[in-house]
Design a protein. Sequence first.
Length: 430
Amino acid sequence: MLGNFHTKGGNNPVTTVTQLLQTIASRVPALIPELERLRRDFHQYPELSNQEVRTGQVVADYLRKLGLIVTSGIAGHGVVGTLIGQHPGRVIAYRADMDALPITEAVDCPWRSRVPGVMHACGHDFHLSIGLVTARLLTELKEHLRGQIRFIFQPAEEGLPLGQEGGAKVMVQAGVLENPRPEAILALHISPLIERGVMGYCPEVVTAGADRVEMEIRGQSVHAATPHKGVDAILVAAQIINQLQSLVAQGKDSRLPVVLVFGRIAGGTRFNILADRVQLEGTMRYLDRAVRDNLVDRFESLLTGLTQGYGAGYALRSQPIYPILHNDPELTSQAVLVLKHIFGPTRLYRMRPVMGSEDFSYFAQQVPAFYFFLGARTPGTKGRPLHTPDLNPDEGALGVGLKAAASLLCCLSEPEFPWGLNRRESPTPE
């Protein structure tokens, strides 16, 4: 029964989880200006991966003013703030990413980026704002809160140049999931292709694993008038690209998607000389690690045969950079129950896995995780994809994200999950 999940408080105590959820919902409207202020500030001053100096300082200062236990400078500019409730419960972590992208913004608005060539084009300004104001809202309800909430603000999610380290992997190595170890970790990501007010989730696999694929094809340079005396590395590279795509299309179970794309190819020195070397760089995305391993082995066999046939040589490296992200099934069932209770069953839908990648997967390898998508498309519009210069998410998603995050953390930090929520058919007020 719901009565088994009591909290205690002051003069006007919140006595059950459902009452606490109603209190959260009732306080969200008053926090909308704060959400917008923070989001617009972060949007105007975006910082690239491993350069989040100002962002990290703003986050740390905000959390300290709330009275949280704060550690900064983790994995570069990462910040962790811990909120300890006044009653026993579980330790739950919440992650928000902080970095921006090397994109010149095309949206004309008063809070457009003031940093040339840098833009929050992946919604991390939304994630930051929602994370901070969730910490504020739950701090205001601290006397009714159980357990501990660990807010993890992560740098360098967007990926780094070769030779640099950072992001979730380094935060895990730095011990952000220890002392004490969380029983679960949550994160959300805006989606400008999902309508505002709607959320999506995947019950198990959420995002693809990703490899960075690098190849060098070695030929022999000669004058274009006598190609038979050399080996055209560009011709060999073109054949390899076509054959690799055929292998990806037909060399695996068609029910297990794989994407292989080469985004960079470079070779040759002059229009009338055969290229002796060609470099290719690309990425492979996959939803099953065994499929990936099998394809990489077959890539080697294919390249060996093709290059030998032309008298060329090659070097191949396919390096995993992000693991596949899995939602924990039991945690997901709990989170879905909470979200349906709060927003109603029509505002949450089950999605297919996404072929993009996300380094939140490093956290999910350590503790049970739930990752979901927050709709940020203005109703009646088509929306623009992430990582584009004209991305302009609907700020109406901020309040929805705040209510979702605060409600999930409230319920999951209970000593036992309040399964009795499913006995209530009516959601809390909008």
